[in-house]
Design a protein around this ligand. Structure first.
Ligand code: NAD
Ligand code: UFG
Length: 345
């Protein structure tokens, strides 16, 4: 299939490009490089030995989308383009709703116009808010506590409406997958592509790596009084290549028409949770470096524990995350060592 990958130069998108090319698909990338650069795509070409077209443009721009769908015979879309910083979304909600919600509307309008009906959307475990119990199943109640999370929830609702409207008229063409990611970490084992956050990282793993390499002095561990094994927050960390391969499985599932209704939801996680202190220890043993840290108050909006029930993805897609914690840490460290300043190295 020929797959349009929006946001394909970003962290998850670039790994998905590798997985798609390795599975024998053709790709076209659309990215405005708001949070990435061309180097990641050059590296994807280097890893896979494949060339592919890259369109520099914005998913909000109808003319860009029209010309892209007119000049390429697109069968399916993986939609990664969007903004993802929770704190920034609280300061700039309009920016987030414009990019994440309106951007997806423009994309869906263009897909409808050009009769492309297969869409895989990057949602997030953030749509579960503070879950009543763990592990989290796909049918748990949905909620949002910040504009970023709300933008994901709004898009999910819009996509569900799109499919319901078609089912009412019996014209069901849309095949949509809502992929709810838990905490993606790690990098391609080549060390050529990985996560390259702008400024000081918000997320745990890039922060730990930058402490280990000496770019940052010490990690603040946000909260030591949660009701968890050691008082620190627990999350379901999954290797970004497992996540990428999960998308390829979802694409195959939708394309083979295995689906009965048009909108599917899958958790992508490992089903295991690790605490912040366990993550620090695992990183130290993979890297041989000491990670300085200090205990700090809880971060506003954080929850105690969150991990996935992955049985739906396992049963329906035949997908499970195969890479363990040490592989996640070794690959993160290889990327950090080879690219101490990210793609600017
Ligand atoms: P990223 O910022 O590395 O990648 C996003 C890419 O989209 C970037 O290359 C950026 O330049 C591009 N982009 C942004 N707005 C665009 C626009 N209007 N037009 C074209 N391109 C645009 O982020 P990521 O970590 O790879 O995340 C990808 C998707 O997965 C996002 O939608 C994010 O919300 C979602 N997600 C990420 C995580 C995570 O922890 N990384 C967790 C859950 C969900
Ligand atoms: N943490 C620290 N210190 C830091 C950064 C994080 O102790 O400097 C802790 C957090 O308190 C939390 C854990 O590490 O307990 C993970 O935090 P992250 O910021 O890496 O990830 P979150 O679970 O908070 O959120 C991430 C994404 C969200 C997404 C969510 C669910 O940032 O966008 O996973 O997929 F919605």
């Amino acid at each position: 299939m020929k797959v349009l990958v929006t946001g394909g130069a970003g962290y998850i998108g670039s790994h998905a490009c590798v997985a798609l090319l390795e599975a024998g698909h053709d790709i076209v990338v659309l990215d405005n490089f708001a949070n990435s650069c061309m180097t990641s795509l050059d590296r994807v070409k280097q890893i896979t030995g494949e060339d592919f077209p890259v369109v520099e443009g914005d998913v909000n721009h109808h003319r860009v989308l029209d010309s892209l769908f007119n000049s390429h015979d697109i069968d399916a879309v993986m939609h990664f383009a969007g903004y993802k910083a929770v704190g920034e979304s609280c300061e700039k909600p309009l920016l987030y709703y414009r990019n994440n919600v309106a951007g997806t509307l423009s994309l869906c309008e263009a897909m409808q116009k050009h009769q492309v009906a297969l869409l895989i959307f990057s949602s997030s475990a953030t749509v579960y808010g503070d879950p009543p119990t763990v592990p989290i199943k796909e049918d748990f109640p949905l909620t949002a506590t910040n504009p970023y999370g709300r933008s994901k929830l709004m898009v999910e609702e819009i996509l569900r409406d799109l499919v319901s409207a078609e089912q009412l008229t019996g014209s069901g063409a849309w095949q949509i997958a809502l992929m709810r990611y838990f905490n993606p970490v790690g990098a391609h084992p080549s060390g050529l592509i990985g996560e390259d956050p702008n400024g000081i990282p918000n997320n745990l793993l890039p922060y730990i790596s930058q402490v280990a390499i000496g770019r940052l002095p010490a990690l603040s561990v946000f909260g030591s009084d949660y009701p968890t094994i050691d008082g620190t927050g627990i999350r379901d960390y999954l290797h970004v290549m497992d996540l990428a391969e999960g998308h390829v499985r979802a694409l195959d599932y939708l394309a083979q028409g295995k689906s009965t209704s048009g909108c599917h939801t899958w958790n992508l996680g490992t089903g295991k949770g690790y605490s912040v202190l366990e993550m620090i220890r695992a990183f130290e043993s993979a890297s041989g470096k000491t990670v300085s840290f200090k205990m700090a108050p809880r971060r506003a909006g954080d929850i105690a524990a969150c991990w996935a029930d992955t049985s739906k993805a396992e049963n329906e897609l035949g997908w499970t995350a195969s890479r363990g914690l040490s592989e996640m840490m070794e690959d993160s460290w290889r990327w950090q060592l080879g690219n101490p300043q990210g793609y600017r190295s």
